[in-house]
Design a protein around this ligand. Sequence first.
Ligand SMILES: [Zn+2]
Length: 350
Amino acid sequence: MNASTMRSNAHFGGLLKPVPGEAFSAWLGRGLRAKSPAPFRRAADCLERWGIQDANIPCSEEALKDFSEALGLTSESLLRTFSLPSDWLKAPAEERRQFCMACLINDFCCDRQPTSRIIWFYWWFTVCPVHGLLLYEEDSTSAPTALVSFLRNLSFAGWRLSGRIERRSNLGRDMFKRLLLMASAFQEWYLASVQRRTFIIGDVDLAASVAEVELVMADVLAIIGKKRSYPVDQRSYIAQLLGIKSWCSLRSDLSPEAGCEPFLCLDIREHNADIRMAMFALLGLFLKLPKCAHIWYLGQREPNNWQIEHLWRGMLCDAVRVPSYLAWFQQRSGCWCAPLRAHFHYLLDR
Ligand SMILES: [Zn+2]
C-alpha cells in the first residue's frame, strides 16, 4: 500500500475505500471479500438484525447509528458518502441490471472488484457522464458477473455486436449521439435540481417541490413512450429516431378500440435502455431545457418554442383514440400544482 492510499484510507477509518458514487450495498459486498472483512460482517449482521432487505434505502436513525458503530465510522460520514439522489424511478434490488461497462473495466484496471454505482439504480439515468456511453443491460445484478458476461459476448459474438453498431451508424449515428447528449443533459439537470431542491428552467424558478415536478414528468413520459397499434398507427417517433424497424416494445398488437391508456407508457420498465434513453432526451426537449434544445436544434442560440410545441402536439395527435391522448393528458394535468400548470400551459394547448 503506498503512502497516498494509506492517507485516503485514513479518512475512511482504515476500511476499504469506497469508489466515488459507489452503492452502499456494493461497497458492503466488496468489503466482505476484502482482507479484513470483520467490520463489514458486523454491518451485514446489523442489516439482518434490523430486517433491512435493501441496504440502499434510507434507514432509521437508530439503525444508522448501529451501522456506524459496526463500521467504526460516524453517521455523518456514512450519509455523506452514500447519499441517495432521489426516490423517483428507482429500480427494485432484483432489477438493478444496468452498468457502464467502461466504469467496470476501469475498476478492473485499478485492481479492484468491479462495483455498482448508486446512480445506475435509477431508470432516469441512462448515460454515463464520465464515458458518455449508454448504460448496458445485463442479466445479472452483480457488477463482476455483468462484466464477465459482457466480455464473453464481445469475444464470442463480436460480429453481432459490431453488426449492431454498423446498422446504427447507417441510420444516423449522429442522431443517436444527439439523443445521448440530450439524455445526459436531462439527467444532469434533474440531479442538480434534486440536490438543491429547486427546479430552474432557463431563468425561471418553477416554484414547485421535487414530487410535483416528477408528477408532471411522469405524465409527459407516458405520452413520449406510448406504443403504436400495429399496423394501424404510424411508426412510433422514437422508433423512427432510433431506426428500429423490427418488433420492439413500442409496438402493441392491441386494436385502437382499446382506448388510450393501454398504449401509454405508465411503467418505464417496459422499454429497454436505448428507448429509455431517447425518452429522457425528448423529455428534456419538451421541458424546454436550454441544453437539450441547443443539442436538438444543433446549436441554435434560443430554443425554438414553436418547433418544440409542434413536435409535442404531433406526439399527442399521431393516432386516433377515444379518449384522445390530449384529453387524457389534460385530465391528468388537473393533479398538477398551479405554478406548473401555468408554466407548462404549452403542453396543454390544443
Ligand atoms: Zn462510465
